[in-house]
Design a binder for this molecule. Sequence first.
Ligand code: GTP
Ligand code: SPV
Ligand code: MN
Length: 624
Amino acid sequence: MAYDVNAAPDLAALETSLDDAGLKNPFVREYVRYWAEITGAERVEVIGASDDARLIRESLDAGEILPAGDGRYYARSYVKDTARSEERTIVATANPSDKGTYNNWRPSSEMRPLLEKLMRGASAGKTMYVIPYLMAPPGSPLEPYAVGVELTDHRTVALHMIRMARCGVEYVNNLAEPNRFVRGVHVTGDLANLGQGTPADQRYFVTFADERTILHFGSSYGGNALLGKIAHGLRQAAYDGWASGEFLAEQFMLIGITDKQTGRTWHVCGGFPSASGKTNLAMMLAPDGLGDRYHVEFYGDDIAWLRVDPKDGKIYAINPEFGVFGVAKDTNEVTNPTALRAVGPDTQVLFTNVAYNDNSHDVWWEGRTPEPPADVTGWRDWTGQLISERSADEQGKPWAHPNSRFTTSLTSVPNIAPDFAARAGVPIDAVIFGGRTRDREPLIRAITDVAEGVYDGLTLGAEATFAAEGVDGQLRYDPMSMRPFMSYPEGAYAAHWLKIIRAASDQPIFAHVNWFQRDPDDGHFLWPGYRENLRPLLWLLRLRDGEVRGEQTPVGILPTRDELDLDGVDIRPEDLDKILSIDTNRWATEMEHREAHLAQFNGLPEEIWAAHRRVAAALAAAAG
Ligand code: GTP
Ligand code: SPV
Ligand code: MN
């Protein structure tokens, strides 16, 4: 689209609108002016949490969202815009040594003009929403890294931001360093003509990490469009944490586990790749039988920032987010009753790409109930097609997109921790890694050595999921579950991890978990998962406290059968044997793959290689 000078914003009106919203920070104002001119937005509107009700009304009136019951809403995205695009996501800096294996590095001198060209005039006729936000609990020691402003030309994206981050002018008006905020610009583009997934793909999702600027063009979905979440909360923050030497930013869930008998609370954080169970674990209701004694508290489900508090030498974690962008698929009363309450009446939840009923305003997704609604009257699939008009060969297609999601605020999550907004965060007792792995990885293996723990995270191998475009189910390495969000080189990343964890005088225990081992013949999950996942975590914490000893194997300490409380768990004895044992030969093959994986990383610390060799030697010795 050519840039129409006449469509440029009325500058006087722009200033008035910034004044009316009480936006005082001169650097933010300057930045808004700059991008209003480039994008050619017709008007500019500064928004915050208090604008939500009005924006919801406007979106309903415009037909951009639909009512989904009391205080619940529904939106569809463009059909070719349903997940993060990893190959279109780039980290750009001025320094070629920032290039890593997975960060898709490009010189900023090349990317900046390209993005400005794509964005020029691309918001003509639209409103540009200015969303000041904070990716941290207010008052956090990491607050200086958490301030940002997203400009977006999409109202539904603004609604998502309000749910997912703390938003409002108060977060930028009185900064100690007023020029220190992440600058994010989101321009949707002409979604029907962007060549998604073709050689002519026009989409670019670029984090200019050394300039703390994020420019995303060509999507209005999830991490492609909500810039506070993945782009700032993970990519930018990981870079800042490394550059400052102060903290780690990871794709981690963060929970508390309280023993109601003793009143003690442990805190566990950990990374599983996208769509591999973080939200479900964080919302976990203790299984029947353990619920009288234990309670799980939600702090975060997707991002944690970790730092060492010099006062007590412990690692503290915060959840920088204010909401949950959760996978809908398979969420039901059995798997995750907490999530259903978090998206219940009057939660202001926004569903995206699930199935929707025009008449009843009900929503449905695969796994919500065992079978889809029997009466298909009024039901449309996520693309908007009436189910009743599906042809014979369309009958088997899912009603909801596999990456359909719900967006709800932390305050709607029933098991939210009372101290979820604690400034300092919470002290960490255990760090876990996991992912979808259909064989080899046992239910849990604990690791007490820091270098071996970091090594384990770096060699996390899991199946790809539908949270990103492309292959589902293919095995790939996903270091610390950060592969799609890595912003600096992996060798430096490993060294930074070792440095931060070693700086703690009270170090967490590590573990690798796997809820997804399958029977090779019929494919059933060997472990029931979901609420039962509390059991291996309790074992881990008891191991840390010296109450159980487990059994040492070459790849870590495994629980013995009698140490794991399995009262009331529905599992076949042969399945249990399998998830509590190590296949040494299968692991020996894995070590060769790991060697090749790690060899890609320049400057990997010698300690990590030493850990690798120790595990390999122990496996060789065990194999005899
Ligand atoms: P992102 O938001 O993409 O980072 O995903 P996530 O890691 O938070 O994953 P989430 O908890 O949303 O789970 C993704 C999918 O895995 C959902 O369809 C869940 O129903 C399913 N899932 C989660 N936990 C388990 C489990 O213990 N066992 C099995 N079989 N499936 C699970
Ligand atoms: C993920 O894909 O890991 C997510 C969803 O958490 S998105 O915000 O789209 O990245
Ligand atoms: Mn995620």
